[in-house]
Design a protein around this ligand. Structure first.
Ligand SMILES: Nc1ncnc2c1ncn2[C@@H]1O[C@H](COP(=O)(O)OP(=O)(O)O)[C@@H](O)[C@H]1O
Ligand SMILES: C[C@@](O)(CCOP(=O)(O)OP(=O)(O)O)CC(=O)O
Length: 194
């Protein structure tokens, strides 16, 4: 099925356990599956990695220790693929998307953002989910050298002027209010463009 030209692309990034999946799931629930879809750059990466290495894809896609066991090698494997073709996982992730709003839940590198800025310059907005290390630890994060100090986690720490920053501390008591305000602001901006 051909990919439909989107009207808006929200490119989410954030540290491990900052709440990227949690927040994007909430937005997806709010807007509904007819209006928006969640696209994961890690989806096609994990699919190919699992196939190449004879691993359990469902486990790799899950939140547990299995993914963490292979994360470092997946990162290296993925970067090797990106060196050959920077947009490879972006193209695969959007394949067949039909909804007008795309939520990319896991942008990690400038090359990810640059691909969307180049191919969909007027539709792409960068969103950062932020949480303190304390909150992230409460959610099960532990600093891991070679991962939390590498491009996969730090690639967007500098040099990006985010269109929207979402603070997702603790139980996210102010999260709903931020989502309502942020989505309304983007909708108003898009309405002015058209
Ligand atoms: N605002 C929140 N309230 C309650 N639980 C949250 C909140 N944000 C994240 N979580 C939980 O924290 C864990 C990590 O969130 P997740 O979205 O998987 O992080 P990321 O995708 O950034 O690694 C998950 O168990 C998720 O349900
Ligand atoms: C190799 C990866 O794609 C693995 C990403 O897996 P997830 O997207 O499941 O990670 P978190 O949700 O942040 O815990 C990272 C990369 O550098 O491409």
């Amino acid at each position: 099925m051909a990919t439909v030209e989107p009207k808006l692309i929200l490119l989410f990034s954030g540290k491990r356990k900052s709440g990227k999946d949690y927040v994007t799931d909430l937005i997806h629930q709010r807007l509904g599956p007819d209006v928006c879809c969640i696209l994961r750059l890690s989806g096609p990466l994990k699919q190919q990695y699992a196939q190449d290495h004879g691993l359990d894809l469902a486990e790799l896609m899950g939140p547990g220790e299995y993914k963490e066991k292979y994360r470092a090698d997946m990162i290296q494997w993925g970067e090797n693929q990106r060196e050959k073709d920077p947009g490879v996982f972006c193209r695969l992730a959007i394949k067949g998307a039909q909804q007008p709003i795309w939520i990319v839940s896991d942008a990690r590198r400038l090359s990810d953002l640059q691909w969307f800025w180049r191919v969909y310059p007027s539709q792409s907005r960068c969103v950062r989910v932020e949480a303190s290390e304390e909150t992230r630890r409460e959610r099960g994060w532990e600093f891991t050298a070679g991962i939390d100090d590498a491009e996969s986690e730090c690639g967007l720490d500098q040099g990006v002027n985010f269109d929207w920053i979402i603070k997702n501390e603790g139980d996210g008591s102010h999260l709903e209010e931020q989502l309502a305000t942020g989505l309304l602001s983007i909708a108003k901006e898009k309405a002015k463009e058209n």
